[in-house]
Each structure stands twice: as C-alpha cells, then as structure tokens.
Design a protein around this ligand. Structure first.
Ligand code: SAH
Ligand code: SF4
Length: 378
C-alpha cells in the first residue's frame, strides 16, 4: 500500500465529525483551523485563542465554564459545537492499579483506553481505531474487524478523559500519592499508521506547549510496520517509534502478521534505519513470546543479526492469552534464556511485566463490542 492508498483507506473508514444533534466538535483542530471555524460565527481570533486555552490547558468540558467569554458567545458556541468527553461505559480497576475504560463515542462506537501506574511514572495506552484491519494471529483486537478510524478529537478525548479522572482521583491525596500519566503509548486498539492524518493532528496538539504540552520523548507510536508511513511519521512527528516485530524471518512473520507479505522485513528494517533518532534515542522492537513458535535460541540469534546495526531496545512481551487463541506463552525459563542471549550480545532486552491481566487490559487483549456494519468502499 502506497502513501496514497493509505490516504484512501483513511477516507473510507473516516470518523464522523458531528454529534447526533449536528454539532461539530472543536477538539482536534489546529489553532489556525479553530480560528477559521469560529470566524464563520463572528468570533474573533483572540477569542479562539481563549477557547483553545480553556479546552486544553484548563480542561473544561462545557462552554459555560469559559468565564472570560461573553454570555451570548458561550450560548452560540453551545448551540453549534461540542468539547465534551466520550461516555464512560465501564471503568475497571485491576488489583495492580491498572485502570481500563470502555469509552463510547458520539455515534455509539466503543474503544478502550488503559492507564498503567508505575513507581515513578504512569503510562496511558490509547487506541487509534475501532477494531483493526490487520489480523495478527496472536492479537485479540485482530479478531475484531475494523469498524472505523478514530477522529483526532476522539484520540485526544481519551487523553483528556484520563487526565480528568486522574486529577479527580489525586484530589486531596498527599503529594507523593498523586497519580498522573507521564507517558502516552499508541498501543491500544488499531494500527495508528493506517489512521495517520488523525493521529498526526492529535499528537501535534498533545505536543504543543500551549496544548496538552506532552513532550515527543514521552510519546511512543507502535506500528505493525506500515513502511510508507514510517518515514512521514519520522519527519512530521518524530515521536518514539516501536515496531511490533515478533519474528526475525519473513516466513514466520508473514504467517503470524499478514502485513509482512506487503512490507517484508528488509523494507521494514530499512525504514527503521532511516528513522531520525538523536543521540540517546532508540527504536523499540516488541517481541511477544509464543511457545514453540518464535522463542528458540536460534531465533534469538537471528534477531540479533536482523537488528544488530540499528540503535535498538527489544521489549520482550510475555504472550497474553485470550479466549479462543491458538498460542501459549513461552515458559518463564524459555523467556529468560531468550532474553539472556540478547543481553549477552550487548542488547537492552527487558522482559515486560504483564499488567492488568485480571481485567483483560494487557497488551493485545483489548477488544470492544463494537461491530462493523456493512462498509462500502468507494
Ligand atoms: N497495531 C499496533 C499497535 C497496537 S498493538 C501494533 O501492532 O504495533 C500493541 C502491542 O501489543 C503490539 O506490539 C502487539 O503486537 C502486542 N500484542 C498483540 N497481541 C498481544 C498478546 N496477546 N499478548 C502480548 N502482546 C500482544
Ligand atoms: Fe492490529 Fe496491532 Fe493487533 Fe496486529 S497487533 S491486529 S496491527 S492491533
């Protein structure tokens, strides 16, 4: 798929930009776009800047809270626009503190977002699509057909919702017990590089110091390997890049991750070599441990050969099972033996701790109940 066909794919699965009452969202537009939109309603540019500040910096959910705007202007905004949050269908909390929200968008479609607290930081895992067009065999999301892309506003709303909850939760807690997220990972449902335009818009607002002000170093985009968009992502966003690798030869990778037939390993590795990295940054390769499939000593050595010339870190992920899946997780001994081969070759190869397992919030376990109606491609 070329860059052009990725764009076509984005049009076919586009997100609606109005709610059921025909009101347009103001979230997810650049400041210049926001100024243009509001000008049509006789709202001057300096007011657009105030609206922007209230939305992202102050995090208000209604126009009525925008205290320095004239009352009639607030009423006009309320009549024509929204800035709200998705409806929270369920909120689950794991015994390890991980939180998972099932969020319902304006058109009823649902996605999941997960917050994973750690000692010194917290990671927010955000979805990019409802379902996924790809069908990686080990991934629960892959069993749910793609329903549609998420709009830039819906990606931001997951972040803004998590911020609301964590702020409220921290409330009157002691300073050292406060929770917030320090990092965002695009590792929820969907393939972010098949929804690049919306992801890019949302991330630019996340990174804008007058927006959500989250540094690009604290944002990681994970992709199954949509090669033509990796370059664009590097140029435009330059966030941290994670590649779902999971196999070091084309035959196995094409079997467990069909996208490999379109973009085989040689092309993917070249895209990684070209990704702009400054001194301290590396590419993360994710490697899920599937018993008897990709976890032998020889496969570890092949992995070293494959990525040896790329500044890299390998995240070894114990496979998280889900109902009906054909794989099992490698044994603890096997996982450690595999990791040790990488470490002995001088690689950074941490074994990821599984989090939120009891609420199916771990990697690859997300799947919403949203179903795809008939989608006609144009
Ligand atoms: N579509 C993107 C991002 C979402 S998946 C991608 O594939 O990179 C986030 C990570 O979880 C990916 O590395 C994915 O391969 C991994 N994953 C999927 N299913 C898993 C499972 N059952 N157990 C552990 N990791 C899984
Ligand atoms: Fe889609 Fe990523 Fe799951 Fe593959 S691993 S099916 S690309 S969400």
């Amino acid at each position: 798929m070329s860059e052009k066909s990725v764009e076509k794919h984005e049009r076919v699965f586009a997100a609606p930009d109005k709610d059921q009452a025909g009101r347009r969202t103001l979230i997810g537009h650049s400041l210049d776009e926001l100024k243009d939109i509001l000008q049509d309603y006789q709202i001057p540019n300096f007011r657009a800047k105030q609206v922007w500040h209230w939305m992202y910096h102050r995090g208000v959910k209604t126009f009525d809270e925008m205290a320095n705007l004239p009352k009639d202007m607030r009423a006009r905004l309320t009549e024509n626009f929204t800035i709200g949050r998705p409806e929270v269908v369920t909120e689950q909390k794991s015994t390890d503190g991980t939180m998972k929200w099932l969020l319902k968008m304006d058109d009823g479609q649902m996605v999941e977002a997960v917050f994973i607290p750690e000692d010194t930081r917290g990671t927010l895992c955000v979805s990019s699509q409802v379902g996924c067009t790809l069908t990686c065999k080990f991934c629960h999301t892959g069993t749910q057909k793609l329903v549609r892309n998420l709009g830039a506003h819906e990606i931001l709303q997951q972040v803004m919702h998590a911020r609301d909850v964590l702020k409220e939760w921290a409330g009157d807690k002691a300073e050292n017990d406060k929770r917030d997220f320090s990092n965002i990972v695009l590792m929820g449902m969907g393939e972010p590089l098949y929804n690049y335009q919306n992801i890019a818009k949302a991330l630019k607002i996340c990174m804008d110091e007058n927006g959500l002000s989250i540094s690009k170093r604290r944002i990681t985009l994970s992709t199954s390997g949509v090669v033509p968009m990796i370059e664009k992502c590097g140029e435009e966003l330059n966030v941290n890049l994670a590649i779902s690798l999971h196999a070091s030869d084309d035959e196995l990778r094409s079997d467990i991750m069909p996208i490999n037939k379109k973009y085989p390993l040689a092309e993917l590795m070249q895209a990684c070599r070209n990704y702009p990295l400054d001194a301290k940054r590396r590419i993360t390769f994710e490697y899920v441990m599937l018993a008897g499939v990709n976890d032998s000593d020889e496969q570890a050595r092949d992995l070293i050969t494959l990525i040896g010339d790329i500044p890299a870190k390998v995240n070894i992920i114990p496979f998280n099972p889900w109902p009906g899946v054909e794989y099992e997780c490698s044994s603890r001994n096997r996982i450690h033996a595999f990791a040790n081969i990488l470490k002995n070759a001088g690689m950074d190869a941490p074994i990821r701790k599984t989090r939120g397992e009891d609420i199916l919030a771990a990697c690859g376990q997300l799947k919403s109940a949203s179903k795809r109606d008939k989608v006609t491609s144009k």
